[in-house]
Design a binder for this molecule. Structure first.
Ligand SMILES: Nc1ncnc2c1ncn2[C@@H]1O[C@H](COP(=O)(O)OP(=O)(O)OP(=O)(O)O)[C@@H](O)[C@H]1O
Ligand SMILES: [Mg+2]
Length: 247
């Protein structure tokens, strides 16, 4: 574990009605402590998960479009709005790592192709040996995790499940397990996946409450809706569609 906490510098806070302080979870952030190698951010769409993750990534020196310290490339949204209002506490500080947003993965793949064009010795080492564009979305995602992850690093991932089939999500849990057990890695992951969230011993922060609170796996909506749906699909759907039929 490397990153111990993120603190909101409330004395610096400007207009509370504007983004990012218009988001309830961010406005009352105060301090989040990380005490497990794997932390998840959960919450409804728009609850502020990416906003905080991007700010942390920026403070780590990672490009906000995704990538590590050595992967600086143009991305329209250069400085995340929240990053100057937070402070990170490290013990010990690590510089290695990666920030990955599923939505900007395409840009990252193109960036690597550009590097390869400029430098004939660039051989996609650490990225599965060939252009990420020539691998399927899920394959390239997983080759990134398997090949590149390894040193003492912090990985900030925004909805990694977007690229992964359920079977590959399990494979990804295995990657997390192997790296975090060796003490090599810390993960902070924003997710909607009930599979990823099930990682044993992970800390889960719920962005639907203000301030943000820790929540047990079984208490998350992701778990409850999924299990309700899978166990009693027919009843669940009847319930869901009922109003329409009555109208
Ligand atoms: N650059 C921006 N300027 C203004 N508002 C923004 C900006 N980025 C995000 N927002 C707003 O802030 C809120 C939180 O967005 P954020 O992307 O952090 O949510 P999220 O929890 O990651 O959601 P999701 O699960 O859909 O990814 C949203 O209402 C969004 O519209
Ligand atoms: Mg998001």
């Amino acid at each position: 574990m490397f990153l111990r906490s993120v603190k909101l510098l409330s004395e610096k806070m400007p207009n509370m009605r504007e983004y990012p302080f218009s988001i309830p979870s961010i406005r009352r952030l105060d301090q989040l402590n990380f005490h497990e190698p794997v932390t998840f951010f959960v919450g409804e769409n728009g609850s502020g998960k990416s906003t905080l993750l991007e700010a942390i990534a920026h403070q780590c020196g990672f490009n906000s479009g995704g990538g590590g310290r050595n992967n600086s490339y143009e991305f329209e949204d250069a400085t995340p709005a929240l990053s100057e209002y937070i402070r990170l506490s490290w013990m010990p500080k690590v510089n290695q790592g990666f920030f990955l947003r599923a939505e900007s993965f395409f840009h990252f793949a193109s960036h690597l192709d550009q590097l390869a064009k400029e430098d004939p010795t660039f051989n996609y080492e650490g990225y599965g040996g060939k252009s990420l564009h020539e691998q399927s979305h899920g394959e390239s995602f997983l080759s990134l995790f398997v090949n590149r992850f390894g040193e003492r690093s912090i990985y900030l991932l925004d909805e990694p499940e977007a690229a992964l089939s359920p079977a590959r999500q399990l494979a990804f849990l295995r990657v997390i397990h192997d790296l975090s057990r060796r003490g090599d890695a810390q993960f902070i992951i924003a997710t909607h996946s009930p599979i990823l969230l099930g990682y044993p011993g992970a800390q889960i922060y719920n962005f639907d409450t203000s301030p943000i609170e820790e929540i047990a796996y079984e208490e998350t909506e992701h778990y409850q809706i999924t299990i309700g749906f899978l166990n009693r699909r027919e009843r669940f759907l009847n319930e869901l569609f009922r109003e329409d039929e009555e109208e």
